[in-house]
Design a protein around this ligand. Sequence first.
Ligand SMILES: [Zn+2]
Length: 378
Amino acid sequence: MTQDDLDRSDPARLAEALSIHPATAEKISDQELGAILEHQLATPLEIDLGEIPKSQARTLGELLTGPTPPPIDLLERAKSFAKFCKSTPDGPLPAPIATVLYFALIAKAAITLDQPISALSDVELAHGSRYVAELKHFLEAVRASGEPRAIDPDTTACPDTWQAVLRAAGAAVAATDAVIDGDIDSAFCAVRPPGHHATRDQAMGFCFFNNVAIAARHALDVRGLQRVAIVDFDVHHGNGTEDIIAGDERVLMVSIFQHPLYPYSGAIPKGTNMVNVPVPPYTRGPEVRDMIEAMWMPRLEAFRPEMIFVSAGFDAHRDDELGQLGLVEADYEWITRRIKDVADRHAKGRIVSCLEGGYALGALGRSVAVHLRVLAGM
Ligand SMILES: [Zn+2]
């Protein structure tokens, strides 16, 4: 875990990163540091981002998606990203990445790996080559035009989307390699666009490439693992992941989701390697935990995965208005702990978790923080 930007032994750098007096930085406590970061979190999200000139937003976008991001500190990067995200035609959708980064800092559980561009050969482990070529063509045309274009009513591409989808998938693959190589124990990829609605041949539901399915296939097909599990606790059914991996007996997918709700699928699983647990609106944490214990755990134990991928959507939180489930931070902590138990027993603790949904920023940030703490064994 590297936290160079928050390194106590370098008070000058810390003072600069936090905009505080160097004398304060020298004797700052964990609690004070958390409070300052929390205060700073509120700042960019409250700025009227409509005032940021378009030219500046473009510069920030290039800064963050360019081939060699400059060595600015993570906090500044998160702030810039929040501003950039809110000034793109995608609107507030990618802003959660900034929130997640802040809360990761607060949780002191941030691992900063660069997000490399994904190889299309990896993407094609989960998607048809014709779809990949058509999407590339479409998104490059969007980039050239400089104007957003909708694929469907939910899924709009902006000029930077091609870069963003390559880096989201690239982050998942890089995290997979780093975990398999033993460089890190587990990883969380704070990426958008999400992926679990992207089917083999179709973008939908904010998703273009299925980051988790690509990473899981990379672990199997490129890195030679025999069995991997995918766990999906987003409030929406991961129809795209099911479409790609149903019938692939090297993968066990367990999920829990509100039903009926977008995309209105999943009630009948498409393969024997799928454990789908649809739950009605207004289901709360205790019932969700009981169902996970009864439906997921025996299958995961019997399957003995060598690695676990998580589609970590936090939109089943009771504050999130995209669904009507009643999970709270303690439930995400419990779910993550149960996933980690299986990983510790069978998979040398290997987990790669990727952000999916989560649209109530405060709830998202707090939930990600507890998720990270459990993953990091804190
Ligand atoms: Zn969702």
